[in-house]
Design a protein around this ligand. Structure first.
Ligand SMILES: Nc1ncnc2c1ncn2[C@@H]1O[C@H](COP(=O)(O)OP(=O)(O)OP(=O)(O)O)[C@@H](O)[C@H]1O
Ligand SMILES: [K+]
Ligand SMILES: [Mg+2]
Length: 719
C-alpha cells in the first residue's frame, strides 16, 4: 500500500519556530497548565534578573538570567513540538487537497440516454465549475471524472492514484457497494454515467480534510483526562514548593547563617518536579498519531476515533471483501432434480441479467462463455475491463442454450438485498426466477430436491458460496461462486489477536462457508447468515459488556452499525450514507485497513504512555538531585541524599534545568514517529514499558546531570 509521506522544508521549519513564539501568548498557553506555570516561573526569573534582591534573593544577576533563559527554552521547545507536528499534519492533509482539478464534464441532456449509444449530440461539454449537483454526466474512457458522484449506470476501471497513491486501477460500478467516484480521478476503460453529488468547491474530500484538521487541534478524551491529572500534579507541587519557601523564611529567623531559600531555585525545583516533558509533548503525540492515520489514506473525523481504535476490545470483520478479496465470481452451474445444464444456465443468466453485483455480473459472463455465444445484451458489448468480474474465468465446459434476454425487462428485475439474500426476475409470462443464499431459498421455494443440501455443503466445505436457483419456486440447480482469501490475511488477524483484540467475523454467507473461512484465517468467533439488523445487534451486545468495538462497512445497510460502533471505518467507494455514518473513511476502500488503524491507535496510546512514564520517572530522579542541593544550607542532614555529589548548588540547579529543557527536543522525533510498535498484549507491553521507559527515565537524569556538572567544573563556571 502506498504511503504518501510529506516532508517539511526549511520554510516550514521557520514557520514552526515563529509559531512557537506565537504560542507563548498566555491566553493560549493557559490551556496547558503545566507549561503555563513554567511561563509564570520564567517571569519570576526575569523579575529577579532585572531587580536583584527581590524576595530576599541573593544570587547574581547572571545566575538568574541563565535560569530565566532555560525556563523560556522549556516553554519554547514544548511549543515547537506542537507547532511542528501541526505543520506536518497540515502538509499531509494538503497533499490530499491538491487533487482539485479544472476539467471538462459531459452533462447529459437526457439522463436516461442509452449508455452504449451516447455520442456528441447527447451531451454538452462544459467547464466542471458550471456543473451542479444532480446533473448526470457521461464519463468516457480517458476522461477525468469532473466532480464527486455516484455511478448510476455502467462499470469502469478508474485510476484513483491521485488520491490513493495506488497505481492499480479500481472498478467503480452502479449498484452494489462500489458506486462512489471522486472528482479528478480518471476513467481508464469503459464508460459510465455519474450523478454528481457535490457542488463546486464542496467536494467530499475537502469537507473531510476540514474535519481532520479540526480534529487534530482538539484534545481527545483521554488527553483531557491526562491534562487534568497533570494539572493536579502541578498544583500539588506548586503548593509543596510554595510551602517550602515560607518554611525557609521561618527557619531563617533562628538558624545561624541561613538567609532563607532562593525563590528562583525553588522555581527551578518546581519546574523540575512538574511533568513538563509529557506536558510539552502531549499535543505533538496526538497530532502525529492522527497524521499517521492520514498518511495511510484514512480520514479520521475525530481524534477520539483514533484513540478508540487503540483501545478496541473487539473487531467485527465481514467476510466478503474484507477477509476475502470480494471478487466472488461464478465458477460453475450444477443442475439438480429433473433440470439439465441448459435449464440452470438459462435461469441463472436470466436472473442475473440486470443484477449489478459482482456475483450477478460474473454469472452472466460465465453463462455466455459456456454458451460460446456472442454477448447478447447491450451491457456487455463494451470491451470488458480486464478485471471485470468473471472475465478471467475459464468456462468449465460448454453448454448450448438459448440465452435470449428479449422477454426480460428491467422493471421486472428484483435486485439483491442483504435482508432477503436473494435476487431475480419475473418473465413476461409470469415465470418467477430467483437465486440466492441456500437457506433463504429453502424458505422461499416450494420444491427442494434432497440433493440441494448435499451439493451445497460440498461447495461450502471448499470455501465456495452456493447460490440456489429456482424457476417458479422449484429449485433447478446451484450456482457455484468462489472467492479467494486476501493474501496475508491470516497473519494480520493473528497480529490483531496478539494485541488482545477479539476478532469476530459476521457474514451474510452460509454457516459452512463461514466456518471454512474462519478456520482458514483463525478468527476467534464467527456469525453466519447474518442480515444487517443482526450486525447492529452484535455491535450493541458487545458494547453492553462495556467493550469498545470496531467495524468496517460500505453499504447503506452498514450505516447504522457503523454509526453505533466506537470505530466505524467506511469505504470511500461505498455509499454516502455509510461514509457519513462512520467516524473514519478509507480513501483506498480497503476494509482490512482497519487492522492498520488499530495498530496506529495502539501506537498513539503507547507513545503517550511510554513518554508519560519516562517523564514522571525523570521527575522523581530530578527531585533527588535538586532537593539536597537547594536545602543543604538549611538542613545539612540532607547531604545523605546527595548521591551525585554535584559541585555547587548553582551548578546542580543549572544542570537540572538544562536537562529538563533539552530532553524535550531530544524526544520530539520519538513523539512524532511513535514508539516502536509490535503486536503484544497489554500486560506484556506494560511490563516492557515500565522497564524501558520507567527504568531508563530514572537513570537518564543522573547520568546527564552529572555529565553537565562535570563539564561546568571543567569550564570553571559556578565554582
Ligand atoms: N447477487 C446476488 N443474488 C442473490 N444472492 C446473492 C447475491 N449476492 C450474494 N448473494 C447471497 O446472499 C448472501 C448474503 O450476502 P451479503 O452481502 O449479506 O453477505 P456476504 O457478501 O456473503 O458476506 P459479508 O457480509 O461477509 O460481506 C451471500 O452469501 C450469497 O449467498
Ligand atoms: K519536569
Ligand atoms: Mg456482501
Amino acid at each position: 500500500m502506498a504511503e504518501l509521506t510529506v516532508t517539511i522544508d526549511t520554510e516550514q521549519q521557520r514557520q514552526a519556530i515563529s509559531d512557537s513564539f506565537a504560542k507563548l501568548d498566555p491566553r493560549y498557553l493557559v490551556k496547558n497548565p503545566v507549561l503555563f506555570v513554567v511561563e509564570l516561573g520564567t517571569l519570576i526569573g526575569l523579575l529577579l534578573t532585572v531587580v536583584p534582591g527581590l524576595f530576599g534573593a541573593t544570587g547574581s544577576r547572571v545566575y538568574y538570567a541563565i535560569i530565566t533563559v532555560l525556563l523560556a527554552f522549556t516553554v519554547l521547545f514544548a511549543n515547537y513540538a506542537e507547532a511542528y507536528a501541526e505543520l506536518e499534519g497540515e502538509a499531509q492533509a494538503d497533499s490530499l487537497r491538491a487533487l482539485q482539478t479544472e476539467t471538462e464534464g459531459k452533462v447529459l441532456e437526457d439522463p436516461e440516454a442509452d449508455l452504449e449509444a451516447i455520442d456528441e449530440d447527447d451531451y454538452e461539454a462544459v467547464e466542471s465549475d458550471t456543473i451542479t449537483q444532480g446533473d448526470v454526466v457521461f464519463v468516457d474512457e480517458g476522461d477525468i471524472i469532473p466532480r464527486d458522484g455516484t455511478v448510476v449506470e455502467g462499470s469502469a476501471s478508474v485510476d484513483e492514484s491521485a488520491i490513493t497513491g495506488e497505481s492499480e486501477p479500481v472498478i467503480r460500478q452502479s449498484g452494489g457497494d462500489r458506486t462512489s467516484v471522486v472528482g479528478g480521478t480518471e476513467v481508464l476503460s469503459d464508460s459510465i454515467k455519474v450523478e454528481v453529488t457535490s457542488e463546486e468547491g464542496e467536494s467530499f474530500l475537502d469537507e473531510m480534510i476540514g474535519l481532520v484538521e479540526n480534529a487534530q487541534r482538539q484534545k481527545t478524551p483521554n488527553e483531557i483526562a491526562m491534562t487534568i491529572l497533570l494539572s493536579g500534579l502541578t498544583l500539588v507541587f506548586v503548593v509543596a514548593v510554595g510551602t517550602m519557601f515560607f518554611f525557609g523564611e521561618y527557619l531563617a529567623t533562628f538558624a545561624d547563617g541561613f538567609a532563607g531559600l532562593d525563590i528562583a531555585e525553588l522555581v527551578a525545583l518546581l519546574v523540575a518536579l512538574m511533568p513538563t516533558t509529557i506536558g510539552a509533548l502531549l499535543a505533538a503525540i496526538r497530532v502525529a498519531g492522527m497524521t499517521r492515520v492520514t498518511r495511510r489514506n484514512v480520514i479520521a473525523k475525530s481524534g477520539r476515533a483514533v484513540e478508540a481504535a487503540g483501545d478496541l476490545d473487539a473487531l467485527i470483520l465481514d467476510k466478503t471483501g474484507t477477509i476475502t478479496t470480494g471478487e466472488r465470481v461464478a465458477q460453475d452451474f450444477h443442475p439438480l432434480g429433473d433440470a439439465d445444464d441448459g435449464d440452470v444456465v438459462r435461469a441463472s443468466y436470466q436472473s442475473s441479467l440486470y443484477d449489478e453485483t459482482t456475483e450477478g455480473r460474473s454469472i452472466v459472463k460465465l453463462a455466455e462463455k459456456m454458451n460460446g455465444a456472442e454477448p447478447v445484451t447491450e451491457s456487455d458489448q463494451s470491451d470488458a475491463a480486464a478485471d471485470e468480474p468473471g472475465s478471467a474465468i475459464e468456462a468449465p465446459r460448454s453448454v448450448s442454450v438459448d440465452l435470449d434476454g428479449a422477454d426480460l425487462s428491467e422493471e421486472n428485475f428484483v435486485p439483491f438485498s442483504a435482508e432477503s439474500r436473494m435476487s431475480g426476475i419475473d418473465l413476461d409470462d409470469g415465470t418467477e426466477i430467483r437465486k440466492g443464499a441456500v437457506d433463504a431459498v429453502e424458505e422461499y421455494a416450494t420444491s427442494v430436491p434432497g440433493k440441494l443440501r448435499q451439493e451445497s455443503n460440498r461447495i461450502s466445505e471448499n470455501g465456495g458460496t452456493p447460490l440456489a436457483i429456482t424457476v417458479d419456486k422449484q429449485v433447478v440447480g446451484i450456482i457455484e461462486l468462489q472467492d479467494e482469501l486476501k493474501p496475508g490475511i491470516a497473519n494480520r488477524i493473528a497480529e490483531i489477536q496478539k494485541m488482545g483484540v477479539e476478532t469476530i467475523m459476521a457474514t451474510g454467507d452460509n454457516q459452512r462457508t463461514a466456518r471454512w473461512v474462519a478456520d482458514q484465517v483463525g478468527i476467534d468467533e464467527f456469525h453466519a447468515e447474518f442480515d444487517p439488523e443482526e450486525k447492529i445487534e452484535l455491535v450493541e451486545d458487545i458494547q453492553a459488556d462495556g467493550k469498545l468495538v470496531g467495524m468496517t462497512g460500505d453499504g447503506t445497510n452498514d450505516a447504522p452499525a457503523l454509526a453505533k460502533a466506537d470505530v466505524g471505518l467506511a469505504m470511500n467507494a461505498g455509499t454516502n450514507a455509510a461514509k457519513e455514518a462512520g467516524n473514519m473513511v478509507d480513501l483506498d476502500s480497503n476494509p482490512s485497513k482497519i487492522i492498520e488503524v488499530v495498530g496506529i491507535g495502539k501506537q498513539l496510546l503507547m507513545t503517550r504512555g511510554s513518554l508519560t512514564t519516562f517523564s514522571v520517572a525523570n521527575d522523581v530522579a530530578k527531585y533527588f538531585v535538586l532537593l539536597p542541593a537547594i536545602l543543604a544550607a538549611a538542613i545539612p542532614g540532607l547531604a545523605v541524599m546527595d548521591v551525585l555529589n554535584l559541585s555547587t548548588p548553582a551548578s546542580a540547579v543549572t544542570a537540572t534545568l538544562v536537562y529538563n529543557a533539552f530532553i524535550i527536543p531530544l524526544l520530539i522525533p520519538l513523539a512524532l514517529r511513535g514508539v516502536d510498535y509490535e503486536a503484544q498484549s497489554g500486560a506484556q507491553l506494560l511490563r516492557k514499558n515500565l522497564i524501558v521507559y520507567g527504568g531508563g527515565g530514572l537513570i537518564a537524569p543522573f547520568i546527564f546531570i552529572k555529565a553537565i556538572d562535570v563539564l561546568f567544573v571543567a569550564l570553571g563556571v559556578f565554582q
